[in-house]
Design a protein around this ligand. Structure first.
Ligand code: M6R
Length: 609
């Protein structure tokens, strides 16, 4: 989704803004633009396509501005084009602004502006109406004007605003779209996300919903929706810029795949006490809390939803509490059974996914307690939850989620084990075994990563296929969904994941000798059934890439090629089996020569509905 970066200080604003936007490229975008104050005037440059196009344009207009705001746009209203790119300006050019989000009632505001003020619009965007609105409401005080403007606006927005009459001031507004303020020495910044700021400062202010911030070179003043000044301690970022760099890997995705042993170890260790018992400090899940629950909802999108499918299996199996898993965009519109006996678990890497946030609010309104599994500290979902279980994956930059998934699984396993032990639905022996198994997982994943070249060799040939299927049973079917999503989102190959036993009820009609099938047979309890499913697709001509635990050698006879995972308890196999699928997807996309970290049409953080 769109990226926002602004600067005010003594340095060259353009350089700092462009560099910040580059750090936000991972969010996904199709055009970029910047506005700076030059000789008292607002000067805008914007270009369709990559940041390089904008930079080329800027080379023709050297300047020494010390204040400006920039933007990378991910199109919602109006196609990607120079004119639809941000910043947008008012008719007279006195206001320029950038926006991440959607102004839901923009048509209503637009008609009012046309009728009452004769406004003429240049672009097809919702954003342009806000620039016109602020201009017509302006009364010599930009802050007061912004307060009056937001009263007329509905939707989601992180806005950065400049007014020609107040050239030493930048205003930022936030509602439901991410926004942070960077605090420097004699300089201040606005950004959509922390990596854009790290070169300049590690002290940030996390802006809450409905807050308006006035930023000058030397001051940052935050106002709440009632115009009261808000005092808030800065958040000190503990990771550095290098953590958000590629460090010699060709792509962030590959780097992040390799960071999984560390991510799951950090997530685990932060939740084990000296005796090796799960400690959920700060998360209220007592025996009484758990006994009161009549159901759990796990709600998420995309990869996080796939982690939720595994979470359901683990919680139902270990804690014997019924769990429903929902896609967030569906949950809120289906009138779900939620009460004060419901635990709602939101799973999200960014903590900003609007569908998940909206589902969370819906559940809260209906009385549920909300526990979130989140990677980004201080994100909207973390802040709006009753309890937060952080994944310690570190920043995930590639659009295709990898280490967020495995760390989410680790959190969900720990929750399931903790619930099972508290409710006495698992024995002490089983508890000890499960902790031992989880502790062994980082090294087991490292072992799989050593097979990278062998997995890359299997990718060769797959990249020419039009369709690829993933099949599995039980937990393997949940992982099949994730493997299939990984492949399609970065290689653009049509891929379908299906529970293996369901194939014969229709889908098998699509199998022929040009459709490779990736068959996950990692559950000992279902291994033989999977061998039969492999025979079914082979009989229709499919080339089968089978995956199994190291001791299940019979897979070699059944499949044409084999992927191996180390032996482990069935229930924990998803932590391992997803890794070869991530590597496979990566190398297929690489063979196709695609932009792996920034796949077409996708954004890292989906902050619109
Ligand atoms: O930040 P979130 O975990 O809430 O994001 C949810 C999905 O948008 C995300 O997992 C998406 O499916 C990834 N691109 C998958 O790789």
């Amino acid at each position: 989704m769109c990226g926002v970066m602004g600067y005010i200080g003594d340095e060259n604003a353009q350089d700092i803004i462009i560099e910040g936007l580059r750090k936000l490229e991972y969010r996904g975008y199709d055009s970029a633009g910047i506005v700076m104050v030059q000789d008292g005037k607002l000067v805008v440059h914007k270009k369709k396509g990559r940041l390089a196009n904008l930079e080329k344009e800027l080379e023709k207009h050297p300047n020494e501005s010390h204040i400006g705001i920039g933007h990378t746009r991910w199109a919602t209203h109006g196609a990607p084009s120079d004119v639809n790119a941000h910043p947008h300006t008012s008719m007279s050019g006195d206001v320029a602004l950038i926006h991440n989000g959607i102004i839901e009632n923009y048509l209503e505001i637009k008609e009012w502006l046309q009728r009452e003020h004769g406004s003429v619009f240049q672009s097809e965007t919702d954003t342009e109406v806000v620039a016109h609105l602020i201009s017509v409401l302006y009364n010599g005080d930009l802050l007061d004007t912004c307060f009056r403007a937001v009263e007329k606006m509905r939707g989601a927005y992180a806005l950065g605003i400049l007014h020609e009459n107040e050239p030493d001031k930048l205003i930022a507004i936030r509602k439901d779209s991410p926004l942070v303020i960077g605090l420097g020495e004699g300089s201040n910044y606005i950004a959509s996300d922390i990596p854009a700021l790290l070169k300049h400062t590690k002290d940030v202010l996390l802006i809450e919903n409905n807050e308006i911030v006035v930023i000058t070179k030397k001051s940052v003043t935050v106002y709440d929706g009632q115009r009261n000044v808000v005092e808030r301690a800065p958040y000190h970022v503990t990771w550095d810029a290098a953590t958000a760099e590629k460090e010699g890997y060709d792509h962030f995705m590959l780097k992040e795949i390799h960071e999984q042993p560390k991510g799951i170890r950090d997530t685990l260790v932060s939740r084990l006490d000296a005796q090796g018992n799960v400690k959920l400090d700060g998360i209220r899940l007592t025996k009484e809390d758990l006994e009161r629950l009549d159901r759990i909802y796990i709600v998420a999108c995309g990869t996080a939803y796939h982690a939720g499918l595994v979470g359901k299996y683990a919680i139902e199996r270990l804690a014997k509490i019924p769990v429903e898993v929902d896609v967030a965009s569906e949950f809120r519109y289906r009138d779900p059974f939620v009460s004060d006996r419901t635990l709602f678990i939101a799973v999200t890497q960014s903590g900003e996914t609007l569908d998940t946030l909206a589902a969370l609010r819906e559940a809260k309104n209906r009385g549920a307690r909300v526990l979130s599994v989140v990677n980004v500290v201080g994100s909207s979902i973390a802040r709006e939850s009753d309890d937060v279980f952080y994944t310690w994956a570190g920043p995930e930059i590639a659009v295709a989620s990898t280490k967020a998934y495995t760390t989410q699984l680790m959190c969900l396993y720990l929750l399931a084990i903790h619930m099972g032990r508290t409710l006495r639905t698992i024995s002490d022996e089983a508890y000890a075994l499960y902790i031992k198994e989880l502790t062994a997982m980082p090294d087991r994943i490292s072992g799989i990563l050593k097979q990278e070249n062998a997995i890359a060799a299997i990718a060769d040939g797959l990249h020419r296929k039009r369709d690829i299927f993933f099949i599995g049973r039980g937990l393997d079917s949940a992982v099949a969904y994730e493997g299939s999503l990984k492949l399609k989102e970065i290689s653009y190959i049509n891929s379908l994941a299906i529970a293996a036993g369901e194939l014969k009820h229709g889908t098998i009609a699509l199998i022929d000798d040009d459709v490779p099938v990736i068959a996950l047979a990692n559950q000992d309890a279902l291994f033989e059934k999977m061998l039969s499913n492999i025979q079914e697709v082979k009989a229709r001509g499919a080339r089968v890439i089978g995956m199994a635990k190291a001791h299940n050698k019979a897979i070699e006879q059944a499949a044409d090629q084999t992927l191996w995972i180390p032996d482990c308890e069935d229930i924990f196999t998803p932590l391992l089996s997803v890794v070869p699928l991530q590597i496979l997807a990566y190398y297929v996309a690489k063979l196709k020569g695609f932009d792996i970290d920034k796949p077409k049409n996708l954004a890292k953080s989906v902050t619109v509905e």
